[in-house]
Design a binder for this molecule. Structure first.
Ligand code: BGC
Length: 271
């Protein structure tokens, strides 16, 4: 994934489990935190509907069990992402998941479900941690804004490498609507928009954010970033735009990184 991050041969992997809860899928793997690469197969199960805790928690358990089986043991730190701001382990909103999550003590419930302490983080913040350490954000200083384009639009803001957690810039209001209602990647497919038409909506969103934040660089992530050549040429916004490198795995890798940070695992510098 990142050739520069190849570890010394024979060095021991530093592992943690990352699980990414999204509006459409719940996916996870163990991650080698020296390199940001997956150390087990990636498991994915569709997000159950309705997507409240009662249905989602057992699916997260199932994904964790598959990873633990691949590893042959269950003793690793676990990080989980969720598509909402997280304050003290509580999920504060539910734009693309069931409303039961609003004000729900999710970190505690996940820890009980997984029989392990769980570090819970916003999904876009996790993707940002992963991109800053292993991907497109490496070496970028100043104000770096990552946008994840998926079921919603997530944001992660870094200032000189430090995360400002829980920014929710998918929800700035544009022409009377939450911006993500138009600029999320899912809007292109569900409304059958051309790449050009969708890119114009994304461009409008980026320009609105630029007027508020004036970031030094914007990283575009989410599954759609693998088709960046289809829409990047249509973007006219001022800030330099680069494409995320970890694509669909950024949430998993970032969740594992966050778990390691909470567990105070020593992470060697990425080479
Ligand atoms: C949520 C964010 C999340 C983003 C991407 C938004 O609707 O409010 O917390 O990061 O979707 O999943």
């Amino acid at each position: 994934m990142n050739e520069q991050a190849t570890p010394r041969r024979g060095a021991h992997p530093v592992l943690a489990i990352g699980i990414d809860i999204g509006g459409s899928g719940i996916k996870g793997a163990a991650v080698d935190l020296r390199t940001g690469t997956l150390a087990t197969p990636r498991h994915r199960i569709r997000t159950p509907q309705p997507s409240g805790p009662v249905n989602v928690l057992p699916v997260v358990r199932h994904v964790a069990d598959m990873i633990r089986k691949d590893l042959g043991h269950g003793g690793l730190p676990v990080g989980v992402t969720f598509p909402a701001p997280i304050l003290d382990g509580t999920t504060m909103s539910a734009a693309n998941v069931d409303g039961e999550w609003i004000g729900y003590p999710a970190a505690r419930a996940l820890s009980n479900t997984l029989d392990a302490p769980v570090a819970l983080i916003n999904d876009a913040d996790a993707a940002g941690l992963a991109e800053m350490r292993f991907g497109a954000g490496r070496g970028h200083h100043g104000a770096v804004l990552l946008l994840t384009l998926g079921t919603g639009v997530g944001s992660a803001l870094f200032v000189d490498g430090r995360l400002v957690p829980n920014t929710e810039l998918g929800h700035v209001e544009i022409r009377g609507k939450d911006a993500e209602r138009r600029s999320a990647a899912v809007n292109r497919t569900t409304r059958g928009l051309s790449w050009h038409a969708w890119a114009a909506l994304l461009d409008e969103h980026i320009q609105a954010l630029d007027r508020l934040l004036w970031p030094d660089v914007i990283i575009l992530g989410g599954g759609v970033s693998k088709n960046a050549d289809r829409f990047l040429p249509f973007l006219t916004a001022r800030p330099p735009i680069i494409v995320a490198k970890l694509r669909g795995d950024a949430g998993i890798v970032g969740a594992a990184l966050f778990a390691a940070r909470i567990a105070r695992l020593h992470l060697p510098p990425v080479r």
